[in-house]
Design a binder for this molecule. Structure first.
Ligand code: ATP
Length: 143
């Protein structure tokens, strides 16, 4: 159960987005579990995150072993591997993660993640494009 003080978070997928997110959370004093199926990326983060695990996040058994259902928050930062994103999101929701953020690479992908029940869907390219439009037109309000 969430205490409100539990600053643990799982970041699944340590690509550009996941890495940037995980590192910022570490700077803010959070405990970050990073998961990636790419050994090179896991090695790269060994000393920068609280814990890093080499695993296929689509494997339900792996999620159980890592006790991800006990995390109050998780972010699925897998993008272009759409099938892996969908499977991982579905498994984490089934495991009962209470606050799940999922990244999408297209509006259609985002719609699927929403239908699965993801609590927050992020579309980094679309959202950043909108923000840059505000910036270049000099409309700084709501940035
Ligand atoms: P970014 O733009 O953030 O660099 P991306 O949107 O291109 O990433 P992907 O390359 O699909 O997204 O995935 C991001 C990371 O997730 C990669 O480092 C990849 O190794 C990892 N990943 C993909 N599938 C799995 C999986 N099944 N289990 C664990 N990690 C995975």
């Amino acid at each position: 159960a969430e205490t409100g003080h539990d600053q643990r978070i799982a970041v699944i997928g340590l690509g550009r987005f996941g890495t940037s997110l995980a590192e910022e959370l570490m700077r803010r004093g959070w405990e970050v579990l990073g998961i990636d199926s790419d050994e090179r990326l896991v090695q790269q983060h060994r000393d920068t995150l609280t814990q890093v695990v080499l695993a296929d996040a689509t494997d339900e058994e792996v999620l159980g072993q890592l006790a991800l259902h006990e995390f109050p928050r998780a972010v699925v930062a897998i993008g272009s591997h759409v099938e892996a994103s969908i499977l991982t999101t579905s498994n984490l929701l089934e495991a009962g993660v209470p606050n799940l953020w999922a990244k999408a690479i297209s509006r259609q992908h985002g719609k699927i993640l929403e239908r699965l029940g993801a609590h927050h869907v992020i579309l980094p390219e679309h959202e950043m494009g909108e923000r840059v439009a505000h910036l270049v037109t000099g409309r700084m309000l709501n940035f």
